[in-house]
Ligand binder design. Structure first.
Ligand SMILES: Nc1ncnc2c1ncn2[C@@H]1O[C@H](COP(=O)(O)OP(=O)(O)OP(=O)(O)O)[C@@H](O)[C@H]1O
Length: 254
């Protein structure tokens, strides 16, 4: 396990936002972070990426506490796709993807053949070949998300952290984007709201409630009617044999 968190906590304003959470994704797996609004998913992702130091506990990259690894070394191997990543400057799609190479560049050095090869491969992987010259500002929400994933891939990470990457996407693009993420041969941790998508695409789930981990395991084990009632306060019916043999959930209004 190259990235893991051991009982990490984060405090703000005298409140525990993340409370003693451990997570150790298997290499190459896709882990879904679930939990109601405000349960601490984004904060946990920030702790895992090292941008926020844990108040207690430790995040390790290949065994070393992440704060000792150094920002540039972290960025060379761990990529983050934020909820509303964007750019103020008007850039082409290709230039946005090229941003992913910055951690690999030496100061003042231009792009190397390796940089351009990584960018080309990220563009192909995300099927953006016909959009490379488009201006970022002219893209749809779904296209922008795909470009952000291409930028993250150009970074050639071993770990990919994504915060609600399917937000604002239509169902076709939600399915497409998650299928793309699970195809990428890296360890991914994804904060998600949609329990059915989590069931369909994730190997392992971690459910947060008020900053605490309240369930962890395979979608089949975690996504029970009892857990959904307890954590989300919603009545649900779980069909164990949904698409692809994964659980499928229907919700009932009270
Ligand atoms: N810098 C901060 N100072 C104070 N409170 C914070 C800070 N950052 C986050 N919080 C609080 O921590 C809680 C968890 O926030 P977080 O964004 O991690 O939750 P989340 O599970 O990602 O939520 P959502 O599903 O709504 O995106 C929220 O109540 C939020 O207001």
């Amino acid at each position: 396990m190259s990235l893991l968190a051991e009982e990490v906590s984060w405090r703000a304003g005298g409140r525990l936002i993340v409370d003693g959470v451990s997570i150790a994704p298997e290499e190459g797996s896709t882990v879904g972070l679930l939990g109601p609004n405000g349960s601490g998913k984004s904060t946990l992702l920030r702790l895992l990426s090292g941008v926020r130091p844990a108040s207690e506990g430790v995040v390790r990259l290949d065994g070393s506490p992440i704060e000792r690894v150094g920002r540039k070394n972290v960025a060379r191997r761990l990529a983050v796709v934020e909820q509303h990543a964007g750019t103020e400057v008007d850039m082409s799609v290709l230039d946005v993807v090229r941003l992913g190479r910055i951690p690999h560049r030496r100061a003042w050095a231009g792009a190397t053949a390796d940089d351009e090869a990584a960018v080309r491969s990220a563009v192909e992987y995300t099927r953006l070949e016909d959009k490379v010259d488009r201006s970022w500002h002219t893209l749809s929400g779904g296209e922008r998300q795909r470009v952000q994933i291409a930028r993250a891939l150009a970074q050639q990470p071993k770990e990919l952290l994504l915060d609600e990457p399917t937000n604002h996407l239509d169902i076709q693009h939600q399915l497409e984007l998650l299928a793309l993420v699970v195809r990428i041969p890296v360890t991914s941790v994804i904060a998600l709201h949609d329990l059915n998508l989590a069931a369909m695409f994730c190997d392992h789930l971690l459910v947060l409630a008020e900053g605490r981990a309240v369930a962890a395991g395979s979608p089949e084990r975690v996504l029970t009617e009892e857990l959904i009632a307890e954590v989300y306060n919603v009545r649900a019916r779980v069909d164990a044999e949904g698409p692809g043999g994964r659980p499928a959930i229907r919700f009932f209004p009270d």
